[in-house]
Design a protein around this ligand. Structure first.
Ligand code: DSN
Length: 425
């Protein structure tokens, strides 16, 4: 039995399963006390948390609103229709499917809709900033399909559209994915659409990282350029862990059929409800302010890091994310990430384009500003954040554990002044 304190605000959980409740409480404290810089993470609102924990999860609802395989759907249908209607309105799309369990199943459903096993598919290589499900070799998408991969230029860190076009016209993929997990720059959806049209491919914009920025008008929209838009709901969009597929009407049937019955069974209704709440929150004017603040913070942080001599892939950022190459600092990414974690600054180690090191021990770290912006930190705080990263990386190199503990105390002070949404003080 753990000796961690029990969270008083989860009384039933604490009474039934104190061991588990204590772990939840400890995680709450960790999320409250640390500076969370992993760019794919965020804090959901109390409203989203409450929707996720409702009795909606007691219900099976295979099918779609009005066409279910189980009775008793009068309220569940309304929940799903709310989520669908809000997604359509927020992103300006004809059709939305809110049932994918997460981003990887959502992308698999796209392949199921538009490709046959063995077909050629194209996406950005994982070590260049793409995603496993964009046709990378170790993923089912790279073994069941023939994945061809584009990257970024070594000299600029930017996508070379001549290279993408040449590859697409040579390989004639059925599906082209744009978007990724470590792309600090604006995605040119129009340029990808032109190439996909020329190559006769379906263009999928995977906007998981930037969906909240798009919703808040802080990144250009893939509408009307992409045939299909795939997104998770839990990153910059600040919803529960889930996903959505959006498309033009012409692809609606194929997408729906691929998600259910093609790939999934019953939707997670409690997640659908929480997605509906998040979409409602993202439609409010304050969310536009949030999205623009995320980008302003990332830009300010990038400037402060450059001023401290850090190498940033592509030289900076246009969005919420910064990819740092630590080679010139003489610290491997993993060593830096683990030291920063001990200092209360939570990042992830990451490959950088053309990384000479292995993915499990790469040269870089990946950081971003969605979570700290959700706590109300602004550009005036980014000098301190850059300073902690700088001192933390230096301490990692020098093996200075005391310096890490000093940073941890400073971080905890600032975090205490900026309560985390959804976490009681
Ligand atoms: N794991 C996500 C990320 O961290 O970017 C992508 O799926």
């Amino acid at each position: 039995m753990t000796s961690l304190p029990l969270p008083a605000h989860h009384p039933a959980l604490a009474a039934t399963d104190p061991e588990l409740a204590a772990l939840v409480g400890a995680e709450e404290r960790l999320q409250a006390d640390t500076l969370r810089l992993i760019p794919s993470e965020n804090y959901v609102s109390q409203a989203v948390l409450e929707a996720s924990g409702t009795v909606l999860q007691n219900k099976y609802s295979e099918g779609y609103p009005g066409r279910r395989y189980y009775e008793g759907q009068r309220h569940i249908d309304q929940v799903e229709l709310l989520a669908i209607g809000r997604a359509k309105a927020l992103f300006g799309v004809d059709h939305a499917n809110v049932q994918p369990y997460s981003g990887s199943p959502a992308n698999l459903a796209v392949y199921l809709a538009f490709a046959q096993p063995g077909d050629t598919v194209m996406g950005m290589a994982l070590p260049m900033g793409g995603h496993l499900t964009h046709g990378w070799g170790v993923s089912a998408t790279g073994t069941w399909f023939r994945g061809v991969q584009y990257g970024v230029r070594r000299d600029t860190g930017l996508i070379d559209f001549d290279e993408v076009r040449d590859l697409a016209l040579k390989e004639r993929p059925k599906v082209i994915f744009c978007g990724g997990t470590a792309l600090p720059r604006t995605i040119d959806f129009a340029a990808f659409a032109e190439i996909a049209r020329e190559a006769g491919a379906v263009l999928v914009a995977d906007v998981a990282h930037i969906a909240g920025l798009i919703a808040g008008g802080a990144h250009p929209s893939p509408v009307p350029h992409a045939d299909v838009i795939s997104t998770t709901t839990h990153k910059t969009l600040r919803g529960p862990r889930g996903a959505m597929l959006m498309c033009r009407e012409e692809h609606a049937k194929a997408i729906d059929k691929a998600v259910f019955p093609g790939l999934q069974g019953g939707p997670h209704n409690q997640t659908t409800a929480a997605i509906a709440v998040a979409l409602h929150e993202a439609s409010r004017p304050s969310f536009r302010d949030y999205a623009h603040a995320v980008v302003a913070n990332a830009r300010a942080l990038a400037e402060a890091l450059l001023a401290r001599g850090f190498d940033l892939v592509s030289g900076g950022t246009d969005n919420h994310l910064i990819l740092m190459d630590l080679t010139s600092k003489d610290v491997p990414g993993k060593v830096a990430a683990k030291a920063l974690d001990r200092a209360g600054v939570v990042v992830n180690y990451n490959t950088v384009p053309y990384d000479p090191r292995k993915p499990f021990d790469p040269s870089g770290i990946r950081i971003g500003t969605p979570s700290l912006t959700s706590r109300g930190l602004g550009t005036q705080h980014m000098t301190a954040v850059a300073d902690w990263i700088d001192r933390g990386v230096g301490a990692a190199r020098d093996g200075d554990e005391d310096a890490l503990l000093t940073i941890r105390a400073e971080v905890a002070d600032l975090m205490a002044a900026h309560p985390a949404p959804g976490i009681p003080a």
